[in-house]
Design a protein around this ligand. Structure first.
Ligand code: NDP
Length: 409
């Protein structure tokens, strides 16, 4: 029996609200709050069970703390934007309520996301006896749980991890992003980076890519990017030597992105327009399709998983664990496309782990620090079944890259 306060009524917030409503035995009361009340109302009407709604500006910790005091939740699920992370954590500290999010903090005026700002809350969360669970979407989130599962059950030593994120869906728009356009474009236009032998190696954006053959989808060109789970996994997976993150993009998407960059539309610094300052990327967000609206026409599947190499019982092992999700099926179930769905389901499960006391602790945590088993069990139960297979340990799926690219040259 618990009360949950969800902040953010976008594509992901819609899925979290639906999924919390499905888990009646755990979430007996649900409140959805966001900056624009209309969006909460629309979601409220689409859920068969009654939920409460509220308006809040989560940039203001005092407003959020006031809302928390009136709702008295057991946990706050933050699925607003990464810019609000610290302000919502401050409100949780003030009111001694557990916190969960799906994306790490980044300052609005600098496209640099990292965990440092949130890890710095460790002592304050401990002192108040509450928990912050960071990055509990799919990637980060389930990918971290997959790594914890591999560490617990499949390997004595993990050597390398490649996180492979494929969206082979088609929404029918010439250009759209699958989650908040501003956050998405900031993420993929920054320099790429991966972890190897204790060091971070930087590359030019989108400069390293290869086709990877995704189960139930087929070969798709996958690009090496920096992604936030690399930071926590490089600390929390014992002895790991290399971690990389790959994401698929179609040529049409990349061409649009290059044009937008070339004409200055992805800039995050303010420019003067007709006597007032505007940020080009924020303006671009206003004219692009709302990611929450893409589901209506979306078809095709996503496949996100981890390909892990290491040693088990003295022998080499190559292990692959992944989920396949279908855009149209997600839409039929909760009126959302698969990217919002694969983020919202784990956020609900994380909140379930915390409020039922299955994952316990005080302080600030990443999901791979907890027992993956109960979380993996709920994934299958709540719509994200996972598959695992052992692959030929001698086969190097990235050999083409090793031949073509030596970052230390
Ligand atoms: P949307 O832009 O669709 O939704 C964000 C919502 O937050 C909007 O309803 C917005 O309100 C609200 N919001 C923004 N600022 C405030 C504020 N100051 N106070 C209150 N509400 C606010 O984004 P998504 O739903 O696509 O993404 C949500 C989060 O999920 C993002 O942080 C994203 O990075 C993360 N994510 C994580 C993934 C993972 O796998 N870990 C994958 C995909 C997304 P308004 O409508 O008024 O603008």
């Amino acid at each position: 029996m618990s009360t949950v306060l969800i902040i953010g009524a976008g594509g992901v917030g819609n899925v979290v609200a639906h999924k919390c409503a499905q888990a009646k035995e755990v979430f007996t009361r649900i409140c959805l709050a966001s900056r624009t009340l209309d969006k909460c109302e629309k979601i409220q009407k689409s859920i068969s069970r009654p939920i409460e709604i509220a308006q809040v500006d989560a940039d203001d910790p005092r407003q959020t703390a006031g809302l928390i005091r009136s709702v008295r939740p057991d946990i706050v699920i933050n699925v607003a934007l990464p810019y609000q992370d610290l302000a919502i954590m401050d409100a949780c500290l003030e009111t001694k309520v557990n916190y969960l999010d799906t994306a790490n903090y980044e300052p609005p005026d600098e496209a640099r996301f990292c965990y440092k700002w949130q890890w710095d809350y460790q002592d304050r969360f401990r002192a108040k006896g509450i928990m912050a669970l960071l990055g509990c979407g799919f990637d980060p989130g389930v990918t971290n749980v997959f790594c914890a599962h591999a560490q617990k059950h499949k390997f004595d030593d993990i050597h390398t991890i490649d996180i492979l994120d494929c969206n082979a869906g088609s929404h029918g728009h010439p250009f759209a992003t699958n989650f908040n356009p501003e956050i998405n474009i900031r993420e993929i236009t920054q320099r790429g980076k991966y972890f190897e032998n204790g060091k971070w190696i930087e590359i030019d954006p989108m400069s390293v890519h290869l086709p990877f053959d995704y189960p139930r989808i087929g070969p798709k060109e996958s690009y090496l990017l920096y992604h936030e789970e690399l930071e926590s996994l490089s600390k929390n997976i014992r002895g790991v030597r290399r971690i990389r993150f790959w994401m698929t993009f179609g040529q049409e998407y990349l061409t649009h992105l290059r044009v937008l960059e070339n004409v200055g539309m992805t800039r995050i610094d303010p420019v003067l327009y007709e006597g007032r300052e505007i940020v080009p990327l924020k303006f671009l967000k206003a004219v692009l399709p709302d990611p929450g609206s893409l589901g209506v026409t979306y078809s095709g599947k996503t496949n996100i998983g981890c390909l892990i190499n290491g040693i088990r019982d003295g022998k080499k092992r190559q292990y692959y664990v992944y989920n396949v999700c279908d855009h149209a099926e997600c839409f039929r179930e909760v009126g959302a496309q698969a990217i919002s769905y694969t983020t919202g389901v784990p956020a609900m499960i994380g909140a379930m782990m915390v409020t039922t006391g299955v994952w316990r602790g005080t302080g600030v945590f990443n999901v791979e620090e907890f027992d993956p088993d109960p979380f993996m069990e709920k994934l299958s139960q709540y719509g994200l079944p996972w598959h695992e297979q052992d692959l030929d340990p001698e086969k190097d799926y990235f050999a083409k890259i090793a031949d073509a690219f030596n970052p230390l040259d």
